[in-house]
Ligand binder design. Structure first.
Ligand code: URA
Length: 193
């Protein structure tokens, strides 16, 4: 955490307020990986405390998982955004391949220290970080991939699912179904809880 706070290995530190490192139980059996901190996380210095975080907390609770018992982190630890138009909220920009690769060192160290039984990959940027290459979410979501098949740097089983902010963007008529599918994916974590 202390080393990551001073990281200059990609340009994202320049505009961000601070490094947002992961947090949670050191010996957690479930480790969740998101994309990068958003506007509120950048200010608070904690992962998943804004709208996507509230969605994640609700879905975890509905799946019977207590977030307090997990470790939550991101593929990229600085907020990437377009400069705000006067008075407007800063608009999130997707991290690129180079930024994800530069930040992977911190995720690797978090995984080594926490040594979870299962890593939850939330969306495409997390998938790129964990698998080291572009990985389709739709095709791989919703089943536990055993560590022996996952071939990642984590020595853990893997669950791929959507990013919670996807649920904030889907059209109203699809939201209940998308949310239920997300919770169903997270229920697969109960055997690790
Ligand atoms: N989205 C993420 O991927 N991570 C956060 O911490 C917040 C929003």
């Amino acid at each position: 955490r202390a080393h990551a706070a001073k990281c200059r290995d990609c340009p994202l530190w320049k505009n961000a307020t601070q490094t947002v490192f992961g947090e949670g139980r050191e010996g957690a059996s479930i480790l969740l990986v998101g994309e990068q901190p958003g506007d509120q996380e950048d200010i608070a210095g904690r992962p998943f405390v804004g709208p996507a975080g509230r969605m994640l907390d609700r879905a975890l609770a509905d799946a019977g998982i207590d977030r307090q018992s997990t470790y939550v982190t991101n593929a990229v630890k600085h907020f990437k955004f377009d400069p705000p138009l006067r008075g407007k909220r800063r608009i999130h920009k997707k991290p690129n391949e180079m930024e994800i690769a530069a930040c992977r060192q911190w995720l690797e160290r978090e995984l080594r220290v926490v040594d979870p039984d299962v890593v939850v990959v939330l969306g495409a940027s997390a998938a790129r970080a964990v698998f080291g290459r572009a990985t389709a979410i739709g095709k791989n979501r919703g089943r536990i991939i055993p560590a022996s098949q996952a071939r990642t740097f984590a020595n853990s089983d893997i669950l791929v699912t959507v990013h919670p902010s996807y649920l904030l963007r889907v059209p109203d008529e699809d939201r209940d179904r998308a949310y239920a599918a997300f919770v169903a994916d997270l229920r697969l974590l109960r055997k690790y809880a």
